[in-house]
Design a protein. Sequence first.
Length: 305
Amino acid sequence: MARKPRVQDSGMIHHVIVRGNNSQDIFKDDNDRIRYLHLLHRYKERFKFKILAYCFIDNHIHLLLKQSDTSLSKFMAGIQQSYTQYFNFKYNETGHVFQQRFKSFPCSDEAYYLSLIAYIHNNPKKAGLVDSAEKYEWSSHNEIMNTSKNDLCDIDELFQIIGLDRSNSITSYLWLLGEAGDIDLELENHYMSSEDLELSQSSAWFKEQENIINRRNVTTEEIDKAIELVKKDIFLKLKTSDYRKYFTIIATNFSMLSNKEIATYLKISPTRVSNIRFEYSEGKYGKHFDDIIDNISKKFDNNTL
């Protein structure tokens, strides 16, 4: 039976759950967690999302997000792809870091927002990592309790959505946190337990990203043709160094070419190929570069070659 498409509208609140592939760890050390936090901040700023809560466990992540005009799928795919490139480069691995399908649950009942945040922040305690939420470093609990201008979470937005002032919100939240074990089942029964509520069919855009992740084995000639088509479409003039960057990223996304094979074709060193991939995962090439990569990618996704 076909899976239902995700409900994705501007202003919608989503509870997102991301799991490691085959339940493997997403984070191997604190630097990995810091990298994911940086990516959340980068894509939050790029796509104007609001982050209302988060919690990182070794093999899964909880996020509470308020969507902008950009689709949730595009927001999440950007983060997941960038982190996968970072992770595989750092640990000299290949393949998937995450399950291909992240879970997302639309949240429209304001009465459950504080309960949901308590549920998210109670995860480390449930996992036996700490005996209280305040002792866990990798969640937004302490951002809620001690708001700072440097916080990743949009705490003022959170209180506004809840519809209570800070004092009343904190009081209710702490009570719910103490009762979090009792509210887990209530939340799951309310909107999380049914597969129908997973809304697991991806959007058209995310299908494109899954095609990328699945790595269709395109040829070097097809990559060159796609780049040439985009050059003509947008009157783009490319330096050799820029062409090599675009080729490397597209080959990484759409082919099974190794670093050595890409390097041989481009007449550069395998180390330079690795550096291009790493610099791209760091976001060093900017939004204009990302837009051109999107345009080139569409040549494969739209079967225009």
